[in-house]
Design a protein around this ligand. Sequence first.
Ligand code: ZN
Length: 314
Amino acid sequence: MKEQQFSIGIDIGGTNTTIGLVRLDGKLVAKQNLNTSQYFDAHKFVDDIVFSVHKIMMENKIKHILGVGIGAPCGNMLEGTIEDAANLKFRGKTPLKQLMETELGIPVVVSNDANAAAYGEMIYGGAKGMKNVVMFTLGTGVGSGIIIDGKLLHGSNGFAGELGHAILIPYGRKCNCGNYGCLEMYASIRGIITTCIELFELWPDDEITQIPREILSPKTIAEAALRGSTIAIETYRKTGEWLGIALANAVTFSDPEAIFLTGGILNAGELLMKPTKESFEKNKLSFYKNNIPILRSQLNENDAAILGAAALVW
Ligand SMILES: [Zn+2]
């Protein structure tokens, strides 16, 4: 019998890093987590990832893996580096590919985490069979991955698909990247909480103003909306309106067959999707006559980036 082939897919997020052992057919065999936000030193972070890779192989009695694929914020596929990721606490250029190949002795591929998620969706998820897809990851930050003619778009510097930092509101909220008004400041977890707090002033008697700020989250805001909180409903309406504009802009740029979204804030369901779709249809150019569906990722939120990163190795 032919021996099963495995690779490691790693999803580096601002909060969590997940290391997954993936079989060639897309089965995620095992996962391990690291708390990304506790690392201020890139070398310590790499050491702990390498340790986790060895551990996951040992625990699953895997002697050989084909390689490691990494989806990381500001991951540069051309150079194999992470550079000044807004949501990571270590700064500068981290030569992730080089450091890990030295430690592990197998090929390592680095890509943007949203690129990896888009790739995973195309190989194993709802975008199977599609060739033109834009994927938005709505998490701590906002990322995007663009697939054109079946290929991930990398660009001349390896940084194509940073639509989370496309400016949505001129002179808007200050972003970690240094600019103002980036999409990320409006359609991310933090963006939703900020929008909600900004609305306190308009409706000071709304029940949500009584919730301690440290408990405010997309989930608690969605729950308040279901109880009838005007601020909570308006928070999701505004978020959807902004997100819809960003998706319409993405269509003018690459004319996709579908747009995929992933991230916990989608758990708000129609509360977010209804205003998003309305804004998308309103702002989309009329000559895109075909209905471009906005779909939720069919892969588990964490798994999409892991599977995509692993698929980059094949
Ligand atoms: Zn930005």
